[in-house]
Design a protein around this ligand. Structure first.
Ligand code: ADP
Length: 740
C-alpha cells in the first residue's frame, strides 16, 4: 500500500481516443517524476479505475510514445462508472493507491464524469468506511479528489480552449485525403463528396474546406436555406465552366437543414448527381481521421498542457475545484471544468433549438471569420466585376526563401481584391521583379489549386533593393499605377519594405499602403508568433526524425540532426519537444565545452541504464566552432563502446512539401487581413506600412516604423521570442535527473 503522506497523481485517458494523448501522458508522468511525485496510470479509462488496473509509472514507461497515435494507457467506455457501486469501487481503488489528484484526458463526457466523481468523493469515502472497505485513517488522509482535465477530442468542440488534443492531426488526415482525391478528381473533372467527423461541431468541416479549397461545405451550426441543393449545383456547374477541374463538397456528419433534419452525405451525392447530371463519388474517411501519428502541433500542445496540469495539481492553493487546462492565445490556461462543459453543451442545445446564430456566436470570432473567408474563396467567379468606385491595381510578391503556405496566401489575397472588382498583379522573383518589370496579371482561376502547392508560384529572391533599385521600383509602381503592395516573405522581405519606408520622402511613389505577411520556415519575424511555413517545416523535420529513430538497430546509437533556422532556435526547440530530443543546441542558449561535457555525462548514464538511442538536435548556426561535425566527433569519441554516432543534415527537405493545414489556414487568414487593410487604406497618401502576424492566436498588426525596436538585426531574429518559455520544459522531459 502506498504511503498516504506522499503526493500521488493518477493519469487516465477516457472516451474517444485522440492523437496527441500520448504526449500528454508522457508530460504528466515525467513532470510528476521530476518533482518527486508518484504517478500511476489508470488503464483503459474508468474501466481500469473500477477494476483496479492501476500501474505505477516510471520514466521508461513513457519512452518512445510521442509519435504513436491513440493512447498507450488505453481508453474505454464504461457503464459501471455511471452507477454508484462502480464509483465506490473506483474510489476505493484510488484510495488504496494513495491517489487523490487526477489528470483526466478525454471529451466532455469523461470530464463531466470526473467532476461529478470529485463532487461525490467525500460521500463515497464515508460509504466505503461504513462498508469496512477502507479505514477511517485512509479516508481522512484523502479529504478531496482534485481533478484536472485535458480535452482530448478531434472535433475541437470544447469551449474556453482554442484547440483540443487531436484536432490538428485530424485536419492533417482530412487535408491529405482531399489532396489525394483532388488529383484524381482533376484528371476526370470529377466532383467528390467527403464526409468528415463532427456531430455538433463543424470545425473540421469548415477548416478542412478552407484548407483544401473546397467548393461547398455543410456544417451543423449553419444549416443551408431551403433550395440549397439547386444553389450548390449551380455553383459547381459554374465552377466547372470557369475551369475548376476538381470540385469537393465537405459535409460534417452532423449537418442538418434549417428544420433540423439531418443532411446525409449520401443525400448530398444524390442531389449533386441529379443537378450536375454526372456521376459523383462519396468518400467517408471515418476513423482514419482520429488515427495515425500525431502532428507536431498536437505533440507540443499536449506536452505543454500536461506539464501545466501537474503544476496545477501540485500548486499550494486550497482550491480543489475541477479545472481544465486549455490553450488560449497560444498559452496554456486553467479554466473551470463545469463552466466549460456547460458552455460546450450549450452549442448542441442551441443547434437543437434551431438557434443557429447563437451557436455560431458561441464558437467565437475566428469561426465566424472563417465562414466569411470561405464564402469568398469558394466562389467560381468574383462577385463584382466592377468596383463600387475606381478600379485599383494591387501587387503581390513573395520575398526571401520559399515557404510552404505562400501560395495559399497569394490565392486569398488575389481573390479578396478581385472579389470587389480590383485588379491584381503578381511580381515575379520578389523585389527583382519590381526592379526588372517582371509582372503577370492574375485571374480568378489561375490561383484555384494554389491552396495545396508548396513553395511559391511567383518565385522569389533574396535581393534587398538599394540605391538605383529603388528608383526602378518607384518607376514601375507608377507605370502600373500600383495602389498597394502585399509582401509575403521572410526577413529580407521585411528589410526591403523597411528600405522603401525609409525612402518615402525621396520617392513619392512609395507613399502607398504596404502589408508584410510573415512567411519563413525560420519563424524569426517581428510581430508574429508564427510565420507561414514554420509549421510545415516543423512537421517535415519531425517526420524525418521519426524515421531516423526507427532506423536504429537496437545497439547504442546517438543521432545528431542539424536543422535550419539561421540564428533562431524555434525549429530546433519545437522539433526537439515533439520528438523527445535528449539534447538541443541553439544559438540563443549557446554551446559551451562545459555544457557539452555535462550532456555527454547525462547521455552516458542513460545508455548505461539501458537506453539504446539518443537524439541531439543542433541549430545550423548555434556555434561556428562547435559545428555539427565537431559535435559528432566529440560524442563519437566520448561514447566509446556505449554508443556510436550518426550525423544527418536535413537540408532543403525542410523548405518543401505541401503546406500543412495550419500553414494554409494562417496563410489564408493573414493574407485576408492584409488585403483588407490595403483596400481600406488605398486612398491614404501617407504610405501606411504595416506588418501582420499571429499574436496569441489572433491576427495582429504593427506599423513597420516599430520594426527596428523589435528586431536584433545582426542575428535576424525578434528581440523577444515566446517559445523560449518552453526550452526549459523540453530539456527536462527528455532525460531524468541524475544529479541526486
Ligand atoms: P467522451 O469523454 O469522449 O465525451 P463519453 O461521453 O462516451 O466520451 O464518456 C466516456 C466515459 O466517461 C463513459 O463511458 C463513462 O464511463 C464516463 N462518463 C461520461 N459521462 C459520465 C457521467 N455523467 N457520470 C459518470 N461517468 C460518466
Amino acid at each position: 500500500m502506498a504511503d498516504d503522506r506522499r503526493k500521488c497523481i493518477g493519469i487516465m485517458t477516457s472516451g474517444g481516443d485522440a492523437p496527441g494523448m500520448n504526449a500528454a501522458v508522457r508530460a504528466v508522468v515525467r513532470s510528476a517524476l521530476n518533482r518527486d511525485v508518484d504517478v500511476y496510470a489508470i488503464m483503459d479509462g474508468y474501466q481500469g479505475m473500477v477494476d483496479g488496473t492501476i500501474k505505477k509509472m516510471e520514466w521508461k514507461s513513457v519512452s518512445g510514445i510521442l509519435n504513436l497515435g491513440g493512447t498507450v494507457i488505453g481508453s474505454a467506455r464504461c457503464k459501471e462508472f455511471r452507477e454508484r457501486p462502480g464509483q465506490k469501487r473506483a474510489a476505493a481503488n484510488l484510495v488504496k493507491n494513495g491517489i487523490d489528484r487526477l489528470v483526466v484526458i478525454g471529451g466532455d463526457g469523461s470530464l463531466s464524469g470526473a467532476n461529478e466523481f470529485s463532487e461525490e468523493w467525500s460521500a463515497l469515502l464515508e460509504e466505503l468506511v461504513a462498508d469496512g472497505v477502507i479505514s477511517r485513517e485512509q479516508a481522512d488522509a484523502h479529504p478531496a479528489l482534485e481533478v484536472v482535465g485535458l480535452v482530448g477530442s478531434i472535433d475541437n468542440d470544447m469551449a474556453n480552449t482554442d484547440m483540443t488534443i487531436g484536432a490538428d492531426t485530424a485536419l492533417h488526415r482530412i487535408t491529405d485525403l482531399v489532396d489525394a482525391l483532388a488529383s484524381t478528381a482533376a484528371s476526370h473533372h470529377r466532383t467528390f463528396v467527403v464526409e468528415v467527423m463532427g456531430r455538433n461541431c463543424g470545425y473540421l468541416a469548415l477548416i478542412g474546406a478552407v484548407a483544401t479549397g473546397a467548393s461547398w461545405v455543410l456544417i451543423p451550426e449553419m444549416p443551408p436555406a431551403p433550395g440549397w441543393e439547386e444553389q450548390m449545383c449551380k455553383v459547381i456547374l459554374s465552377a466547372i465552366k470557369a475551369g475548376r477541374r476538381s470540385n469537393i463538397v465537405i459535409v460534417a456528419e452532423g449537418a442538418r437543414d434549417q428544420e433540423g433534419n439531418p443532411i446525409s452525405s449520401a443525400y448530398v451525392k444524390e442531389a449533386l448527381e441529379k443537378g450536375l447530371q454526372r456521376e459523383v463519388r462519396l468518400t467517408i474517411p471515418g476513423h482514419v481521421q482520429r488515427g495515425g501519428t500525431p502532428s507536431a502541433f498536437d505533440r507540443n500542445m499536449s506536452t505543454i498542457m500536461g506539464c501545466r496540469a501537474v503544476e496545477k495539481l501540485l500548486a499550494d492553493d486550497d482550491s480543489t475545484e475541477s479545472s481544465i487546462i486549455g490553450i488560449r492565445n497560444n498559452r496554456p490556461v486553467v479554466v473551470p471544468l463545469v463552466e466549460s462543459v456547460q458552455k460546450t453543451r450549450q452549442v448542441g442545445q442551441e443547434i437543437a433549438a434551431k438557434n443557429y446564430d447563437a451557436a455560431v456566436e458561441l464558437r467565437g470570432t475566428s469561426f465566424r471569420q472563417m465562414l466569411d473567408i470561405f464564402s469568398t474563396m469558394m466562389q467560381p467567379v468574383p462577385e463584382h466585376d466592377e468596383p463600387d468606385g475606381k478600379q485599383h491595381c494591387f501587387a503581390i510578391l513573395t520575398a526571401g526563401r520559399p515557404a510552404s503556405g505562400m501560395n495559399p496566401a497569394i490565392r486569398t489575397a488575389v481573390r479578396v481584391a478581385m472579389d470587389t472588382g480590383h485588379k491584381v498583379i503578381g511580381v515575379q522573383e520578389g523585389f527583382m521583379g519590381l526592379i526588372n518589370d517582371d509582372i503577370i496579371e492574375f485571374d480568378w482561376m489561375t490561383v484555384d489549386d494554389w491552396i495545396r502547392k508548396g513553395g511559391t508560384e511567383l518565385r522569389t529572391s533574396r535581393h534587398v533593393p538599394r540605391n538605383s533599385d529603388l528608383y526602378m521600383i518607384a518607376k514601375n509602381i507608377e507605370k502600373y499605377n500600383i495602389k498597394g503592395i502585399l509582401m509575403i516573405g521572410g526577413m529580407v522581405g521585411y528589410e526591403a519594405v523597411h528600405e522603401m519606408y525609409k525612402h518615402r520622402e525621396v520617392f513619392p511613389a512609395f507613399n502607398i499602403p504596404i502589408a508584410c505577411i510573415p512567411a519563413t520556415i525560420n519563424n524569426n519575424l517581428p510581430g508574429s508568433e508564427h510565420s507561414i511555413g514554420a509549421d510545415t517545416a516543423l512537421n517535415s523535420i519531425v517526420e524525418s526524425i521519426d524515421r531516423i529513430k526507427e532506423s536504429s538497430d537496437g545497439s547504442g546509437r546517438a543521432f545528431v540532426v542539424e536543422v535550419m533556422g539561421r540564428y533562431c532556435g524555434y525549429l530546433t526547440v519545437m522539433s526537439g519537444l515533439a520528438s523527445g530530443a535528449e539534447v538541443m543546441y541553439t544559438h540563443e542558449e549557446g554551446i559551451t565545452l562545459e555544457g557539452m561535457c555535462k550532456d555527454l555525462e547525462r547521455l552516458s548514464k542513460a545508455f548505461k541504464q539501458g537506453r539504446n538511442i539518443a537524439l541531439i538536435i543542433r541549430n545550423e548556426c548555434a556555434n561556428d566552432i562547435y559545428n555539427t561535425d565537431f559535435i559528432c566527433s566529440l560524442f563519437e569519441e566520448a561514447g566509446g563502446s556505449l554508443f556510436d554516432v550518426r550525423k544527418t543534415v536535413l537540408g532543403p527537405i525542410q523548405q518543401g512539401g505541401a503546406p500543412t493545414p495550419y500553414d494554409r489556414v494562417q496563410g489564408t487568414r493573414l493574407a485576408y487581413e492584409g488585403m483588407k487593410f490595403l483596400l481600406e487604406s488605398v486612398d491614404s497618401k501617407q504610405g501606411k506600412y504595416m506588418e501582420f502576424g499571429m499574436e496569441g492566436g489572433f491576427t495582429a498588426r504593427n506599423p513597420v516604423s516599430s520594426m527596428s525596436k523589435m528586431v536584433e538585426w545582426e542575428l535576424q531574429r525578434p528581440v523577444k521570442q515566446w517559445w523560449m518559455d518552453v526550452l526549459d520544459m523540453a530539456h527536462k522531459l527528455a532525460l531524468p535527473k541524475y544529479d541526486e
